[in-house]
Design a protein around this ligand. Structure first.
Ligand SMILES: C[S@@+](CC[C@H](N)C(=O)[O-])C[C@H]1O[C@@H](n2cnc3c(N)ncnc32)[C@H](O)[C@@H]1O
Length: 271
């Protein structure tokens, strides 16, 4: 396989964004990432499918927002801007759509900036999504986003890293307060609420395996996800399993995979 010149950063340390790229069938991953991915998959065999369901929800929810006139996006905890990420979907539908990707992981940001270097309407910002004031004070964010107009905020696969002790409901409110009416927030979240007993054990083992190695993961039930949407108007079908959020009849084929039950997703509108 040809390793892109952008993939050489810190090649010996597995990187969560590049591991995720590997799950999604992307080209921006290295042997160390694939080795770590194999370890995670040995704990939770449905991991790759889960990543794909998550990315499928991201793609459908970005398209949903563009169809409602959203042409500027803030993607929090974006990982790499590859494998059908936000700007690829948004700019295919609205070529002038602007996207600010945010990740707190320096290798992902450096690699992301190189990937986006020829795209004038997409930038990658290194910031912690839990620090809302600092994020919106960043000139790169202020220059690209016009907060007097509706915004699409993507929070897919990121609140799983924010524990209840960090006030995720308050964090959502802070983002909501920045948004003008007509904005949307899309969110997906790891869950084991509807998993079969064997998969539940696997999820628990993955959470344990992550502790102290990469980041702590937090699992939520439906009520926990609904609480995050307090003050927003949920669009149809509300909080639902990821593959069941407005599935596309041509591309979203039921798989019977246990990963089907491992993520909740929803989109809320700011009124
Ligand atoms: C599972 S990936 C999700 C990728 C993409 N959003 C998606 O849904 O396909 C999670 C990403 O969130 C980033 N991340 C986690 N916590 C973060 C935080 N507090 N601020 C910024 N980025 C964060 C990680 O570095 C990682 O790249």
């Amino acid at each position: 396989m040809i390793v892109p010149e952008t993939a050489h950063l810190d090649p010996d340390t597995p990187n969560i964004a590049r591991i995720y790229d590997y799950y999604l069938g992307g080209a921006f991953n290295l042997p160390a990432d694939r080795e770590r991915a194999a370890v995670i998959k040995s704990v939770l065999p449905g991991m790759e499918m889960l990543a794909r369901f998550n990315r499928g929800f991201l793609r459908r929810s970005v398209a949903f927002m563009v169809e409602r006139g959203i042409t500027q996006f803030l993607d929090l905890g974006s990982g790499l801007p590859t494998a059908g990420n936000t700007h690829e979907v948004a700019q295919a539908l609205a070529p002038d759509a602007k996207v600010v990707y945010v990740d707190y992981e320096p290798v992902a940001v450096a690699l992301g900036r190189r990937i986006l270097r020829n795209n004038p309407n997409a930038v990658m910002v290194e910031a912690d999504a839990r620090r809302v004031d600092a994020l919106f004070a960043d000139p790169a964010v202020r220059d690209v986003l016009d907060l007097t107009r509706p915004l699409g905020i993507m929070m897919t696969g990121v609140m799983v890293f924010v524990g209840d002790h960090e006030d995720p409901v308050g964090l959502m409110k802070a983002y909501r307060d920045v948004c003008t009416p007509g904005s949307y927030i899309a969110l997906s979240q790891l869950t084991d609420e509807q998993a079969d007993p064997e998969t539940k054990v696997q999820v628990h083992a993955m959470v344990e395996a992550y502790k102290g190695v990469i980041e702590q993961l937090y699992v939520r039930d439906r009520a926990g996800v609904e609480a995050l949407f307090d003050g927003l108007t949920l669009v149809e079908p509300g909080v639902t399993l990821m593959p069941e959020w407005q599935p596309h009849p041509d591309t979203d084929i039921p798989t019977g995979s246990p990963a089907h039950h491992l993520g909740y997703a929803a989109v809320g509108r700011v009124d």
